[in-house]
Write a protein of this length. Structure first.
Length: 331
């Protein structure tokens, strides 16, 4: 029987096989039981139930390769295109070298094109050559080590925990800033709820005290005017610095001054502690005066795209300064 594309719903017999194969590589310090719960829970969220599936290349009841399939929208220059995202592409070791991953990707792309998708995108953790042979191109991005300039006391800025009622304002802020770039992911409230839930579930299923998720907004009146979503790896020993990863942030102010003030306020919560080490995928032209940013090219997880229609072709090629993409937006 010729290999075919199969949706692997959580109750499908091959769903657990796919998780068995991918667990050693992408377990994020979870146990096998919690890894399965974490992956199934993503599919059961409101956004995930409509936009996320695990799929496999199947032949004679055997799983040849598997992947996650996401349906999102991407803004390219002045147009928005329906996009199919691919994540966790994996071939079991015993079945490698036979082109199964490439066949799976082509099946996913062809099905998406028939459904109206105009672009495919993925994040490669290997050298991009393999996916370039399948028609994908690298989207250059920047990451940064973020330094926070300390000052006596804490900034006079109102910071509170973020809530679902803030999502509409965050979407508005994100879309407004994204208009200054050629490439970005389009947000909606459902996507924000999913990304926040996903990070909280990863923290909750992980080892106790290992990492936390913090979501804060700066409020003026009753409106959120800036936000920061972070994942924090706690200290392993007394005197160690915490590691903060900024998953996404935004500010109604083009200067990003509120983002800088919020980070100053958050660092000031523990004035006697060593300054945290802060990392982020950080776009160009967002330079709050309170921060020092040491930028370099993103490595380790490289964004790649493939046009499925003329509307999705990117010309001229993107530069890193053209891209507005946060780590929370990765698959």
């Amino acid at each position: 029987m010729s290999p075919f594309l199969q949706v692997l719903s959580p109750d499908h017999p091959l769903h657990e096989h796919a998780l068995d194969h991918t667990f050693p590589l992408w377990n994020d310090s979870l146990t096998r039981e919690h890894y399965g719960q974490y992956n199934r829970a993503q599919l059961l969220t409101p956004w995930g139930s409509r936009h996320l599936e695990r799929v496999g290349l199947v032949s004679d009841g055997a799983l040849l390769a598997s992947a996650k399939r996401y349906r999102v929208r991407v803004r390219i220059d002045d147009r928005t295109v329906d996009t199919i995202g691919l994540g966790a592409v994996f071939t079991p070791p015993a079945r490698r070298g036979r082109g199964h991953a490439a066949t799976l990707i082509e099946h996913i792309v062809e099905a998406a094109h028939r459904e109206g998708a105009e672009m495919a995108m993925l994040f490669s953790e290997i050298a991009p050559d393999y996916y370039e042979r399948l028609g994908f191109s690298v989207v250059p991005m920047q990451q940064a080590v973020v330094g926070v300039r300390r000052k006596p006391g804490a900034p006079a800025v109102l910071v509170r925990s973020g809530e679902p009622r803030d999502f509409e304002f965050i979407v508005e802020m994100h879309q407004q800033r994204a208009t200054g770039y050629r490439f970005s992911l389009e947000y909606d409230a459902g996507w924000l709820q999913y990304t926040l839930a996903k990070k909280r579930m990863l923290s909750g299923f992980g080892p106790p005290g290992g990492r936390d998720v913090e979501f804060f907004v700066c409020e003026e009146g009753t409106r959120a005017v800036a936000w920061v979503l972070m994942q924090i790896a706690r200290r392993r020993a007394e005197g160690d610095s915490e590691s903060w990863s900024i998953a996404s942030c935004g500010d109604r102010d083009p200067s990003g001054a509120r983002i800088g003030a919020m980070l100053q306020a958050l660092v000031a919560r523990t004035p006697s502690a060593r300054a945290p080490v802060i990392h982020a995928w950080w776009p160009a032209r967002l330079d709050p005066v309170q921060l020092s940013l040491h930028r370099r090219s993103v490595t380790g997880s490289i964004l790649m795209t493939r046009a499925l229609s003329d509307r999705a072709r990117i010309a001229p090629p993107l530069a890193a300064d053209d891209v507005f993409y946060w780590h929370a937006d990765a698959f």
